[in-house]
Design a protein around this ligand. Structure first.
Ligand code: ATR
Length: 289
């Protein structure tokens, strides 16, 4: 129990922009559920102010930070030591102050996605054909945990083909991954298509051929919002049995961070449902046209 005179443990998410962040709400729900006393805030921190803001935060008693776009690569460079999964994707979304005063960097994005796909949505990824759209930081963060699930094949398709090829080469030792341009798609169908491009953030859709998804396949957008993204709409039109946004991934990556910081694993189901209700109304369902 924290006494009245002791300040509460402080956590925060840094990003730029940060206005839309649901992380303070998620961590407040986790804290209430697990009986942990803490404060979690969101701060808009531009890349050139990042290092100073991180140093100040921890100097003033902060215990842990989440870092989001566009700060994850900077957080990786700033961490004193990093987890193997952060080292693999060269990006950090969670910083934890350790007993010796050093900063541990971890990356919980990929495991958060895989937990949402397998535990919450009930998908089996082993033996499946997976398509990842995009070859930026978001794609990089999910490749290793996806390949760990032993898909039959993982294809990365990007607007700029060379970036997809380069990323595939970097992860080739982990499994059957290849990369190319969006324009090279169309001859193969996939069981699961993941949108890891930044297109949804500006209401756009990557240029996709029809007949990319197997009948009854799954579409998943790493982005989320109160309205379905253009990619989720594309999925429904393409015959997806399930077209899901990234809210579950957001809550799952937050749960991993919470566990690292507090040593307690929150239950994510009730928190996902609470956020869905806040975003989409009491029935928690995204409107389907
Ligand atoms: P993030 O860290 O969110 O992944 P990023 O590193 O800037 O951000 O990468 C953005 C990704 O979205 C890239 O793969 C980008 O394609 P390019 O490499 O060709 O730039 C992709 N992207 C952004 N807008 C897109 C659009 N309208 N259509 C298709 N791909 C898009």
């Amino acid at each position: 129990m924290t006494s009245r005179s002791e300040p509460l443990d402080r956590y925060a998410v840094f990003g730029h922009p940060i206005g839309h962040s649901r992380s303070p709400r998620i961590h407040a729900l986790f804290a209430r559920q697990t009986g942990q006393a803490l404060v979690y805030t969101a701060e808009d921190v531009a890349p050139d102010a990042f290092e100073g803001a991180v140093r100040r935060f921890f100097r003033e008693g902060g215990k842990g930070l989440n870092c989001t776009v566009p700060l994850k690569e900077l957080a990786f460079r700033l961490a004193d030591r990093v987890s193997p999964r952060a080292a693999r994707c060269k990006a950090v979304n969670t910083l934890a102050l350790q007993g010796d005063g050093r900063l541990l960097g971890d990356n919980t994005d990929g495991v958060g996605l895989v937990r949402d796909l397998t535990c919450n949505l009930g998908l089996v990824l082993a033996g499946r054909r997976i398509l990842v759209l995009g070859a930026g930081g978001a794609a990089r963060g999910i490749l290793a945990p996806l390949l760990e699930q032993r898909p039959a094949r993982l294809v990365i398709a990007n607007r700029t083909p060379s970036k997809a090829r380069q990323l595939a080469a970097e992860f080739a030792e982990l499994g059957p991954v290849s990369g190319g341009g969006l324009g090279e798609l169309g001859t193969e169908r996939f069981d699961l298509i993941l949108n890891a491009t930044a297109a949804s953030l500006s209401g756009q859709l990557p240029a996709l051929p029809k007949d990319l998804l197997v009948a009854g396949g799954t579409c998943y957008d790493l982005a989320y919002g109160s309205e379905p993204t253009p990619f989720l709409r594309w999925g429904w039109a393409a015959g997806a049995a399930l077209s899901a946004d990234g809210l579950g991934m957001l809550v799952e990556q937050a749960a991993e961070a919470f566990q690292l910081w507090r040593g307690v694993r929150p239950e994510t189901g009730p928190v996902i449902r609470a956020l869905q209700a806040e975003l989409h109304g009491p029935d928690g369902l995204a409107p389907k046209p």
